[in-house]
Design a protein around this ligand. Structure first.
Ligand code: DOR
Ligand code: ZN
Length: 345
């Protein structure tokens, strides 16, 4: 039995670091485990241009504790009015690594998102031309679509037609949650990949309703039936370069989660690698962990792999009930559980 695992230092290809005091509190959890992270731009106001992204990157770097080596990779929040030339210039200048498509109303701070992909056609053509990655929150937002079907309907109505029109566009289908999402990515070209979160590998939709309403198991896209969780576990652990690590760690104050209208988001950054590795071990796929965590992402984004190494040890890792942040508390994913691996640095 393996008691210690040393791999190339991983990256997180999807994270919410927030801003201000919350940023100060949470960034160290991501910077401790990951060399780089694709930082989501859904702030208020959203990060919609080069100036806002450069300023946000500076604030993130200033919040990283001394001695930690961490590079934030910035994303441009797309709106109906995004200027294609701003995106082109931001990518050329190395400010934007990717652009993010939030369908308007899909999730936290997405009100300024895109109301119809036809409205960003010019931006997407430029991105396809320059090889810039489009990160997609893949859910339709129409009231007539059942919330558990939003991802599948998005594939049919938006993503599949978009890729037929722009077959070169590089797309990361973010935080996929369904068997249909897995199948779509597997059958698409090499320009289509997906991130998978730890929570969607661990929980199905029962977790939100077991013995009462469980706001800390609520995120978007919402966890689906067990068969979807199993499909995601197979996809993540099979060794395919199309699937890689993206935590979607999304901190919200405890009281904002435990409310009559609780916020969507799971704060998994503090024990992200331990959480993922538990899944790979359960699936008998520890050998596939390094690819998923450290190799497939950089390959897709055309970035160098990290040279540093990290080690995880087989040892009990007790996850606290809560973690102090910004004058409040955050309830981490796996709160009060004991994980079997521990990040050793
Ligand atoms: O659960 C989520 N929380 N999903 C998202 O897409 C956004 C995120 C957030 O920003 O809180
Ligand atoms: Zn997210």
């Amino acid at each position: 039995m393996t008691d210690s695992l040393t791999i190339r230092r991983p990256d997180d290809w999807h994270v919410h670091l927030r801003d201000g005091a919350m940023l100060e509190a949470v960034v160290e959890h991501t910077a401790r485990q990951f060399a780089r992270a694709i930082v989501m731009p859904n702030l208020t106001p959203p990060v919609t241009d080069i100036a806002l992204a450069s300023a946000y990157r500076k604030r993130i770097l200033a919040a990283v504790p001394d001695g930690m080596d961490f590079t934030p990779l910035m994303t441009c929040y797309l709106t109906d009015n995004t200027d294609p030339e701003e995106v082109r210039r931001g990518f050329a200048e190395g400010v934007f690594t990717a652009a993010k498509l939030y369908p308007a109303g899909a999730t936290t701070n997405s009100a300024s998102g895109v109301t119809d992909v036809a409205n960003i056609r010019g931006v997407l053509e430029v991105m396809a031309e320059i090889g810039m990655v489009l990160c997609v929150h893949g859910e339709v937002t129409h009231a007539d679509v059942d919330i558990f079907d939003r991802e599948t309907v998005f594939i049919e109505r938006v993503l599949a037609p978009l890729l037929r029109e722009l077959p070169q566009l590089k797309v990361v289908f973010e935080h996929i949650t369904s068997e249909e999402g897995v199948q779509f990515v597997e059958s698409a070209g090499e320009n289509v990949a997906a991130t998978i979160t730890p929570q969607h590998l661990h929980i199905n939709r029962n977790a939100m309703l077991e013995g009462g309403m469980r706001p800390h198991a609520y995120c978007l896209p919402v966890a689906k039936r067990e068969k979807h969780r199993l499909a995601l576990r197979r996809a993540a652990t099979a060794g395919s370069a199309k699937f890689f690590l993206g935590t979607d760690s999304a901190p919200h104050a405890k009281e904002a989660k435990e409310s009559a209208c609780g916020c969507a988001g799971i704060f998994n950054a503090p024990f992200a690698l331990e959480s993922y590795l538990a899944v790979f071990e359960e699936e008998g796929a520890i050998d596939a962990f390094e690819g998923f965590a450290s190799e497939h992402g950089p390959r897709f984004y055309n970035l160098p792999q990290n040279e540093a190494r990290i080690t995880l040890e087989r040892a009990d890792c007790a996850v606290p009930a809560q973690i102090a942040a910004d004058g409040t508390q955050l309830v981490p994913f796996h709160a009060e559980e004991t994980l079997r691996w521990r990040f050793a640095g």
